[in-house]
Design a protein around this ligand. Sequence first.
Ligand code: AMP
Length: 138
Amino acid sequence: MDYDPDNIFAKILSGEIPSTRVYEDDDTLAFMDIMPRADGHLLVIPKTPCRNVLDASPEQLAAVMATVQKLARAAKVAFQADGITIQQFNEAAGGQEVFHLHVHVLPRHEGVSLRAPGQMGDFDLIAQHAEKIRAALT
Ligand code: AMP
């Protein structure tokens, strides 16, 4: 399958669609998921195009995972989390809905289940959570 340059995350990268950014470097961007399954749920994407792990270059994967680790550590501190769940889906049959490589970072607490998918989050709360993660990055 070819990369679709009109996918939502490409539009977030170009600024065509707004997002709550928490971190970026030359190769990657981290921003808040608008349907958070846990407080602090964020996504890490490469700035260059690829659909998912199946067509990504080793360099794209390495850059994304380095940022995932950075954000996972910050989110763990920001939310005093007991653990972090990392999720990543490939193609529709693998659970992927947006076809620009992305990795989910989800702060977790003992005994607390993930919320159901597909529920829009509260924008003010998401902005507050983003600020907590940004603060933990510095
Ligand atoms: P998946 O492709 O299954 O990993 O799911 C895509 C994820 O992107 C879901 O968790 C959505 O809540 C999230 N999402 C979709 N649109 C946006 C958006 N405009 N901004 C932030 N997150 C989004």
